[in-house]
Write a protein that binds this ligand. Structure first.
Ligand SMILES: [Ca+2]
Length: 200
């Protein structure tokens, strides 16, 4: 009987050793700087998801997970943009669209599915509200999504928390940004009333 008990623990020890070896081989090629900030003091090697996030040149935010500088995406991008009477381009943000409802701190503006990690949802309510308002105002879906990323990152960096928690926050913001890029299109509709966004 003692032998049958010993075998699983030996197998477990071997698996742990194997996992450690794999972990070492995976991380050995990743540049690591002290305190996880890379040479320019702004780019980060994110310990939580193993990705590197590059600061924008003005250092106000990071490039999106799909490599865009949020500050370079103009209103109207990937949205409905019309040519006006004078030949210029306008975004139809105030053509028949009622103004948005004000932000209410006790509402939940993040309509996230259960399977999406949401440890920082409480920090992103303003980001979610702004994103809803932006979609409702038809300011351009990509423009709204990169703004959402910028708002979430801002909230992560503003938190009173350890570097690791901030990196965890940015890793989840990455997932949320990817989520709105993939699933946001059907929600990109003009606001119908001034009770929107409602939240829940
Ligand atoms: Ca929610």
């Amino acid at each position: 009987m003692k032998r049958t008990l010993a075998l699983p623990s030996l197998a477990a020890a071997l698996m742990i050793a194997l996992a450690a070896a794999v972990a070492v081989s995976l991380t050995s090629g990743v540049p690591k700087a002290s305190a996880y900030y890379l040479v320019n003091g702004c780019d980060i090697y994110n310990e939580y998801n193993g990705k590197i996030y590059r600061c924008t040149p003005d250092r106000t935010t990071y490039y999106t997970p799909d490599g865009l500088n949020p500050n370079w995406i103009a209103p109207g991008t990937e949205g409905k943009v019309y040519v006006d009477d004078l030949g210029g381009f306008t975004v139809n943000d105030n053509i028949g669209i009622p103004p948005p409802a004000p932000f209410l701190y006790y509402r939940d503006y993040c309509s996230n599915p259960d399977w999406l990690p949401a440890a920082f949802e409480g920090h992103w309510q303003v980001a979610c509200y702004n994103h809803d308002v932006c979609y409702g105002s038809q300011k351009g879906r990509l423009y709204c999504d990169v703004g959402f990323w910028r708002d979430m990152v801002f909230a992560c960096r503003s938190m009173w928390a350890s570097t690791f928690v901030k990196e965890w926050c940015i890793a989840e913001a990455d997932q949320w940004y990817t989520f709105v890029r993939v699933f946001g299109a059907s929600h990109y509709k003009p606001r119908q009333t001034s009770y929107e966004p409602r939240g829940s």
